[in-house]
Design a protein around this ligand. Structure first.
Ligand code: NAD
Length: 715
């Protein structure tokens, strides 16, 4: 594995990219007076969002002091705040936040932002935020601390994502938002959306009440200034909603706490701290509430969960540039795509290729009925996109015209890129490739979407095995951001470069993976599933085993995951990994019986968004199937024991994967598990968690990542 001993120290964080606050005077119409317009700008292009670090905040404080003097002197009648093109501000500079080494410094950071924002709100004249673009976290909070807000119709992302990053909206957001838009909607903004990583569009932010007016992007600033004048003249009055009453506030926050307990299980502190702040916001004064936000921020900045979240966020943000990919100029042009199969995956892949590559796509299955079903799927998805306003009719018609179905393999003759997604049987896939080789040009790239078969083996008998590459999509294809690009033994750089070029156009994050069983995501997910089932086979009650991973905050309990992937598919991959990699992947007669009988492994969720409980009836199936522990219940574990066995196995497996060179670095494992399995940011994917909980040292004798990269430095 990577020798972490050679890189003992965390890299020093980059210097703050300072955001400046540029002031210019704007004469308001009708001699109303002067508006001081403050523009946030870091002097860099749109690929470098404006963020807020200590130096920027200090500059804001100084600027606001000067504005206060001018307001007192009667030189200005209003202050407006806006940003450079596309951004108001993308929030606090997380690199700086994650570099803080003491709680005192963390407290100072929070207090600095509060002081500057509060000074702005008390500058002595009405304050207006013109949200011209992205406004995230501290960027949105600067607007929330103003008296009024307008938003541009094309502002791409408006959100308070802090609780997803191990923080709270601590520059006023937790106090101001529930008082502005009501406690129920505020919890959607502060807790629900960050968990889904779904910022608001401009129109949604306006509907919610985060902005008082929305204007077309084309003349946004002019309209916002006209609106400002109308407010100052009293022609427009913005009615603020009254505070929710005490009973509503309590009911909503109590229900949110129950929901957190059922979904987060105390696995990370940030959402609970945010909920505490919102709960108190109704009856607190601003000074008390802001001080409580400072304390929460200071505590959270000094948690490993926050550091791991920032590590994960940065991995995901930078993940678009694949590590280890060959020179992109080696990629071959792709002008016509063939898809072998028209089943569940093939039809989704066909739609995505037609949508994003904008080239003809031909999809083949063994009979017309299956072809029609695949085409029907593409049609229905396009119709849904049109009916929900997410695609124009013209675009849908254009895509429809690009997707063809066939039963004739000769229709692949002119394809320069063919991906197979036929039934997961090695012999079948070999046959498909052999047949293709007789039809397509020697330059055509052949890709496979196999989940677990050896791609090296699949290509072995071809005349040109070097053209075969794995492109492993996840289901549902449109929604899952990850693809594993698999390098088989003979895969050429041209084939790999083409695969990366294609997946980039598909807007996926691609990770280069060596052709080893289960690649990254399935190998680790199925290992976890296997360890949970193994515990049941040894007499641990199903409910105990199922919920054993709750303290990690995984997206769902294990049997719900089984239900999602399909118990038969899960069992199949478990068995094939056991064959290839050995009995670290346990046998499970109970699971075999469940699949054979078609028994449902979970019950319906008690409410939308809550976990699905395991079906208690499956206990009997496991007990009666004659598994390893049937005769010896003394090996039964409690939940902590099951979790320990699972984490030990995960650590060992990741160590082996790095030794085998499945991926280049632990970071690539984390990226795969975050984007391919939804493993949480606060675990940093998984290796930061295994480091900080001591598993990597205990099992492998060394850490995966240097101290301080994804945890508070131990010193
Ligand atoms: P599926 O059963 O829905 O589709 C397979 C299709 O292949 C069927 O329509 C079948 O008729 C067709 N087929 C069989 N032989 C063919 C041939 N010679 N020529 C053309 N078509 C042929 O299966 P699926 O779930 O779409 O899986 C397809 C592949 O994708 C498998 O390798 C699977 O491991 C992989 N995969 C599946 C998932 C998933 O979640 N289902 C996720 C990632 C990868």
């Amino acid at each position: 594995m990577t020798d972490t001993a050679a890189t003992p120290a965390a890299p020093t964080p980059r210097a703050e990219r300072v955001t400046h606050f540029l002031v210019r005077d704007v004469a308001l119409p009708d001699d109303l007076g002067t508006l001081a317009l403050v523009t946030l700008d870091n002097g860099l292009d749109h690929t470098k969002p404006t963020t807020l670090g200590p130096q920027g905040i200090a500059e804001l404080q100084a600027v606001v002091e000067r504005l206060h003097e001018r307001a007192t002197a009667g030189e200005i009648v209003a202050v407006g705040v806006t940003g450079k093109p596309y951004f108001l501000a993308a929030g606090a500079d997380l690199t700086q936040v994650a570099a803080v080494t003491s709680r005192d410094d963390a407290l100072t950071l929070g207090q600095g932002g509060h002081a500057a924002y509060r000074a702005l709100s008390e500058v002595g004249v009405p304050t207006f935020a013109y949200i011209n673009g992205v406004a995230l976290g501290g960027g949105l909070e600067i607007a929330l601390n103003c008296d009024y807000r307008t938003v541009a119709s094309d502002a791409a992302a408006i959100a308070l994502p802090e609780t997803g990053l191990g923080l709270v909206p601590g520059w006023g957001g937790a106090y101001l938002v529930p008082r502005l838009i009501g406690v129920q909607k505020a919890l959607d903004v502060i807790l629900t959306r960050p968990a889904q990583n779904k910022p608001f569009k401009a129109a949604e932010a306006y509907e919610l009440g985060l902005a008082d007016a929305i204007f077309d992007a084309a003349d946004f600033l002019e309209e916002s200034i006209r609106w400002t004048a109308a407010i100052l003249r009293g022609e427009i009055v913005v009615e603020r909603r009254p505070l929710d009453d005490e009973a509503t506030w309590k009911g909503v926050t109590d229900a949110a706490r129950q929901r957190l307990d059922a979904t987060v299980h105390g696995s990370r502190p940030a959402p609970y701290r945010a909920l505490d702040l919102v709960t108190a916001a109704r009856d607190s004064d601003k000074t008390t509430a802001f001080a409580a936000e400072d304390e929460a921020l200071a505590d959270l900045i000094m948690t490993d969960e926050m550091r791991a979240s920032v590590y994960a966020f940065q991995l995901v943000s930078h993940g678009k540039k694949p590590v280890g990919a060959p020179d992109p100029s080696l990629a071959r042009p792709v002008t016509r795509v063939g898809i072998v199969g028209a089943g569940l995956m093939a039809a989704q892949i066909a739609l995505l290729f037609a949508q994003r590559l904008q080239v003809p796509v031909v999809m083949r299955d063994i009979d017309q009925e299956r072809v029609d079903k695949g085409l029907g799927f593409v049609q229905s998805q396009l119709a849904r996109l049109v009916s929900t306003g997410r695609m124009s009719k013209d675009t849908a018609a254009r895509i429809t015209a690009q997707v063809h179905g066939t039963t004739d393999v000769q229709d692949f003759a002119t394809c320069d890129f063919v991906i197979e997604a036929v039934t997961e049987v090695l012999g079948l896939k070999k046959k498909v490739f052999a047949e293709l080789e007789g039809i397509v040009s020697p330059e055509t790239i052949l890709a496979t979407n196999t989940s677990a078969l050896s791609i090296t083996e699949m290509a072995a008998d071809l005349q040109h095995p070097e053209r075969v590459v794995g492109i492993h999509f996840f289901n549902p294809v449109a929604a899952m951001p990850l693809v594993e690009v698999i390098h088989a033994e003979k895969t050429s750089d041209e084939a790999l470069a083409t695969a990366f070029a294609v997946t980039k156009k598909l807007r996926k994050t691609s990770v280069l993976v060596k052709d080893r069983p289960g690649f990254v995501v399935n190998r680790l997910l199925v290992l976890v599933m296997g360890k949970i089932v193994e515990a049941v086979e040894h007499g641990t009650p199903v409910e105990v085993a199922d919920r054993a991973t709750d303290p990690l905050g995984f997206p769902m309990p294990t049997f719900e995951l089984f239900d999602l992937v399909g118990p038969a598919v899960g069992l199949h991959v478990l068995q094939s990994l056991r064959e290839d990699l050995g009995d670290r992947f346990p046998a499970s007669p109970g699971l075999e019986k469940l699949v054979a009988d078609g028994t449902r492994v979970v019950l319906d969720a008690p409410a939308k968004g809550l976990p699905k409980p395991v079906n208690p009836e499956i206990q009997g199936v496991f007990d009666g199937a004659g598994g390893a522990g049937a005769a010896d219940a003394t090996q039964a574990l409690d939940a902590a024991g099951v979790l320990d066995a699972t984490l030990t196995a995960l650590t060992r497996e990741i160590g082996l994967m790095l030794d085998e060179g499945v991926v280049a670095t632990p970071q690539q494992i984390d990226l795969c598990m975050i984007l391919g399995a939804g493993w949480p940011f606060h675990l940093g994917g998984i290796t930061p968690y295994l480091d900080r909980s001591g598993y990597s040292e205990r099992v492998l004798g060394k850490r995966f990542l240097p101290d301080g990269v994804a945890n508070v430095p131990r010193g």
